[in-house]
Design a protein around this ligand. Structure first.
Ligand SMILES: Cc1cc2nc3c(=O)[nH]c(=O)nc-3n(C[C@H](O)[C@H](O)[C@H](O)COP(=O)(O)OP(=O)(O)OC[C@H]3O[C@@H](n4cnc5c(N)ncnc54)[C@H](O)[C@@H]3O)c2cc1C
Length: 417
């Protein structure tokens, strides 16, 4: 049975198609009653699965076509970020944010509003200005920002059709450094959390919740921007790391991107992991919850209250800042968010009660779960938390009246109502 990357989900689909041409894809979609596209399978739940067929797009031409005049790239859905980044950099362009892992597909990452971090940097789907879709009847549909429904489209959870290509906005290429600092007491963050998360182009705070302290602060800075003052502030007592670090304390750092202030291209500093190094074969589970920036310290305190439970099933936890956007299903919809991520041990039975406890403690803060990770939030709560889920459901029904792209996940979460 085909599984996701982590191996915690066995896809129930009875057929897997790998078309090698657009016409073949259109014919498969048109003749199949139930079908969903799968990207690189890095989600930790059954979101990509289908009770009928799965379709993989890596057999289609892996186009990466940069339009220098427009500062955009047209990229095939199945291309992974590691490859995309290398190609756009060669043309003098960059993306301002990337996820921690470059091995994920562009279409799959945008579908779940996957994010990097940093002040003013939205989730990856916010770069999408156009989407090419094969709709339920096998027709081609192009949706772009001129369509009034477009805010429902870039992050689409696989429910609108099969994406074949995306156009992304680019910025000029840039160089960065990455510095890691060890050991910062958690109570310092009660006064300085957002200041610290905003102090550079991209910042990640890692903690294991064994004690009230941040184990590592990863500070990623553009070389053409002034060195941030925060790391010289009296309250910033963390010390520069004396070697390269892995986000899971104690693990070898050979799979990680270069640190210790060595300048390098944006795509070799923004992700935590190197594209040429496949990280541990998925021996982990992940969850993530995003609260409004104004509630971030309250979330920190709420998690700290249950840190023994969290620590017992945790590998590492990461705190990041992501900018607000207008996308209907985005966890950052109309609010700048602080995301609290958890890399758990790969024992679902042990992790699940802690996930529930965490959700209970973060519920008063209206924490929105990451769509691609482990969560148990009910359909009613999701509708209340995400604001425009009903509009998204209406769009999905409009494009796919018979529910071809529905699955157990879309039913359970009430995505189509
Ligand atoms: C080690 C690791 C690190 C991670 N780091 C981050 C991080 O830093 N930030 C973050 O936000 N998330 C992170 N994630 C989560 C990950 O980015 C998301 O789960 C993402 O959606 C995975 O992309 P994928 O291509 O593997 O998608 P899949 O899991 O294959 O699919 C996800 C969704 O996309 C849909 N989809 C995929 N391709 C298409 C297509 N062509 N047409 C229509 N729908 C499609 C699927 O149907 C499904 O609904 C991480 C995951 C792992 C395993």
């Amino acid at each position: 049975m085909r599984t996701n990357w982590a191996g915690n989900i066995g896809y129930g689909a009875t057929e897997i198609h790998g078309p090698t041409s657009l016409d073949e894809l259109r014919a498969v979609v048109a003749r199949t009653a139930k079908l969903r596209a799968v990207g690189s399978g890095h989600s930790f739940n059954d979101l990509p699965d289908s009770p009928g067929a799965l379709v993989e797009l890596t057999g289609l031409p892996q186009v990466v076509d940069v339009d220098s005049a427009a500062s955009t790239v047209h990229v095939a859905a199945g291309v992974r970020f590691g490859e995309l980044a290398r190609r756009i950099d060669a043309a003098g362009f960059a993306l301002p944010a990337l996820a921690s892992l470059p091995h994920i597909s562009v279409a799959g990452a945008c579908a779940t509003a996957t994010h990097g971090s940093g002040p003013g940097h939205g989730n990856l789907a916010t770069r999408v200005s156009r989407l090419d879709l094969v709709t339920a009847d096998g027709d081609l549909l192009t949706l772009d920002r001129s369509d009034p429904r477009f805010d429902g489209v870039p992050a689409h959870l696989g429910a609108l059709g099969v994406v074949t290509g995306l156009v992304l906005d680019l910025v000029p290429s840039f160089e960065m450094t990455q510095r890691v600092y060890d050991d910062l007491p958690l109570d310092v963050l009660h006064d300085h959390l957002v200041e610290l998360l905003s102090c550079a182009h991209s910042v990640s705070l890692f903690t294991v919740w064994s004690e009230a302290r941040v184990v590592q602060a990863w500070v990623k800075q553009r070389v053409d921007e002034p060195r941030n003052a925060v790391v010289e502030a009296p309250w910033f007592t963390a010390a520069p790391a004396d070697g390269e670090r892995h986000p899971v304390p104690g693990q070898p750092a050979e799979s990680c991107t270069r640190q210790q202030g060595v300048p390098g291209p944006w795509f070799e500093r923004l992700p935590h992991f190197r594209p040429d190094f496949t990280p541990s074969a998925g021996r982990e589970l992940q969850s993530e919850y995003t609260v409004a920036v104004g509630d971030a310290v309250a979330a920190l305190r709420a998690i700290d209250e249950i840190r023994a439970d969290v620590h017992a099933v945790l590998q590492t936890s990461e705190i990041r800042l992501v900018a607000a956007d207008e996308l209907w299903v985005s966890p950052y919809h109309r609010r700048d968010g602080v995301s609290f991520h958890f890399t758990w041990i790969d024992d679902f039975a042990a992790v699940l009660p802690v996930v529930r406890l965490l959700e209970e403690r973060l519920a008063p803060l209206r924490a929105r779960p990451h769509w691609g990770k482990v969560f148990t939030t009910s359909a009613d709560d999701l509708h209340s938390l995400f604001g425009r889920l009903s509009d998204f459901g209406a769009l999905a029904r409009d494009l796919d009246p018979a529910g071809k792209f529905g699955n157990a996940f879309t039913e359970r979460t009430g995505l189509r109502d």
